[in-house]
Design a protein around this ligand. Structure first.
Ligand SMILES: Nc1ncnc2c1ncn2[C@@H]1O[C@H](COP(=O)(O)OP(=O)(O)OP(=O)(O)O)[C@@H](O)[C@H]1O
Length: 358
């Protein structure tokens, strides 16, 4: 669906994306993780033909980008960096306008109205009235951007931080929506700096660190067993004695036992008359894997406080939220601006549809 080869983007002395080989396959729910400034947005913008690469190749649905951008984007829905819209118009009017000017915007008036209503409903804006967009909350704007991306039943959805500004309920709704779309054949490619978002939604994960794609793996591989079993038992002292050095770590009634065979361990403990509250195979968490791939020090990835990691990694707690310390934000050079110099990049989203992406 999306393939890049040695894709590189330099802004002056800053190398925002460095020789990235990305492979998003049809049917994937692919999550691109990385701290702020690691190059995710630049990569997405190149994939959508909004920014020219310095070197390397991009193919989307087998077509070269930017050469075939206009054809390819007919089948792509995109939400990139905060959806824009005409602030004085309602969400419905914005979508109607976008629908009429975008690819596939034909059909009778009724068909067009239905298309807009369906996109609003799917994005959770069905009950929205005719207030202008300037009165919308950030979450509503995000939903409107999603509705715009859904207008023409895209084969591929490209989303940059899709749950930005949404509350937990809204995040869950978007996750359910993306799962449903994916089950109906839409490939999802999203960027996020939230480990939990990617861990809960995605079937495949890529990790960016200072412009490099440092990991690309199936989520099922990421969550592979660690060769240890976690046991909760009120008879922890006896278990430690019985297992004779097999307990690697103890925290009260919780034991970390060095073995891959939970069933055998369970049978042994029960045979000896020990009581077991809980027993399970320990798996790597996405957080562990990201830390391994990026090492300590770059910018930060945010993990949610609710789900404690299985292993106690080197994360630190800041304001009650578990943060993963990674390397200082990287790139070379001094510039940090994100504006594109006018006229220097292709206008792939002619007319109003570009407005939604800026
Ligand atoms: N137009 C630009 N001009 C100069 N530097 C840029 C430009 N766009 C991005 N950069 C730089 O490229 C690097 C990667 O930025 P990018 O926005 O792609 O990262 P990101 O991972 O998407 O971060 P964030 O999540 O904060 O958007 C950063 O150092 C950024 O300052």
């Amino acid at each position: 669906m999306i393939v890049t080869r040695a894709l590189t983007k330099r802004f002056g002395r800053i190398t925002a994306v460095h020789e990235v080989d990305l492979n998003v396959r049809e049917g994937d729910r692919y999550g691109l993780l990385g701290p702020n400034g690691s190059g995710k947005t630049t990569l997405v913008r190149m994939i959508l033909g909004l920014v020219y690469a310095t070197s390397g190749e991009i193919e989307v649905m087998g077509q070269p980008i930017p050469r075939r951008t206009n054809e390819v984007l007919r089948e792509v829905g995109a939400l990139v960096e905060g959806p824009g819209a005409y602030a004085h118009l309602s969400g419905r009017a914005n979508l109607t306008f976008l629908d009429a000017s975008g690819p596939g915007g034909g059909g009778s008036r009724k068909a067009r109205r239905l298309r807009v209503e369906e996109a609003l409903t799917r994005a959770g804006l069905s009950g929205v009235d005719d207030r202008p967009v300037k009165t919308y909350s950030l979450g509503m704007r995000q939903r409107l951007g999603l509705a715009a991306a859904l207008l023409h039943q895209p084969r591929l959805l490209v989303l940059d931080e899709p749950t930005n500004g949404l509350d937990p309920q809204g995040i869950r709704e978007i996750r359910d929506l993306l799962e449903e779309l994916n089950a109906n054949g839409t490939t999802i490619f999203l960027c996020s700096h939230l480990l939990s978002e990617v861990e809960q939604l995605c079937t495949r994960v890529g990790v960016m660190d200072r412009g490099h794609l440092v990991l690309e793996e199936e989520m099922s591989q990421v969550r592979s067993p660690t060769g240890r079993v976690v046991v909760h038992t009120p008879d922890a002292d006896r278990a430690v004695a019985l297992l004779d050095g097999g307990v690697e770590h103890r925290d009260g009634a919780r034991l970390l036992v060095r073995t891959a065979d939970a069933a055998e361990l369970n049978a042994r403990l029960v045979r000896e008359g020990l009581r077991i509250d809980e027993i399970h195979v320990q798996r790597r968490s996405l957080e562990d894997v990201v830390l391994e791939a990026t090492g300590p020090g770059s910018d930060r990835l945010d993990a949610e406080p609710a789900e404690p990691a299985e292993l106690d990694g080197p994360g630190v707690h800041v304001d009650g939220v578990r943060k993963v310390e990674t390397r200082p934000s990287a790139s070379t050079g001094t510039g940090t601006g994100t504006s594109l110099s006018p006229g220097s990049e292709p206008d792939a989203w002619q007319g109003t549809s570009r407005e939604f992406l800026e």
